[in-house]
Design a protein. Structure first.
Length: 180
């Protein structure tokens, strides 16, 4: 199982990089630099999404849940819903990369493994390598790194579909403490 997870993780690394590039683009950069950006209606105390919304990708926060999204083409926004509604993805952790030059894909992947894997285990309640769940991540692009001082990496948990490991199952509620 560990070898399968590592192969899947390597395949996901390429997918995550492509997704991060697709999720940001000139429109998103302009929106971020100009100070725009739609955000969801959120609970004042908890910051949780209280109503389904389409938000600017830079408004995505830890705890946000997202329904399945078509990730082909340039994406500068995403749908979010309360985690009590059906969704496929949940942002469970985020961290900033160190200043300097944009790290290489391999360096980002190593940092993701160092940061997101332990956070995953703590979030889910069992070791990542023993879990049926998996994660992908969003990273800065060259443009967001240089033009918007973007250093944020977000780790996103999902439940793979056993019949199609490239697909995600819909879940209702947070995967925090799922222990599976």
């Amino acid at each position: 199982m560990m070898k399968l997870r590592k192969r899947r993780a390597l395949a996901l690394a390429g997918t995550a990089l492509a997704l991060s590039i697709a999720l940001t683009g000139c429109g998103a950069i302009n929106s971020l630099i100009v100070g725009g950006g739609n955000d969801a209606q959120r609970d004042e105390d908890t910051g949780e999404v209280t109503e389904g919304s389409n938000i600017d990708i830079f408004s995505l926060k830890v705890g946000d849940c997202m329904p399945a999204t078509d990730t082909s083409g340039e994406i500068t926004d995403t749908d979010v819903v309360p985690c009590s509604e059906p969704h496929t993805d949940e942002v469970f952790f985020e961290f900033d990369l160190a200043d300097g030059d944009l790290p290489s894909d391999d360096e980002i992947t190593a940092e993701v493994e160092a940061q997101c894997v332990p956070a995953f285990s703590e979030f889910v309640g069992i070791d990542y390598y023993d879990s049926a769940l998996d994660f992908w991540w969003l990273t800065p692009t060259e443009d967001t790194w240089t033009q918007a001082d973007d250093r944020l990496v977000q780790c996103v948990i999902y439940e793979p579909d056993p019949a199609d490991p490239q697909a995600s199952l819909e879940v209702t509620g947070s995967l925090k403490g799922a222990a599976r």
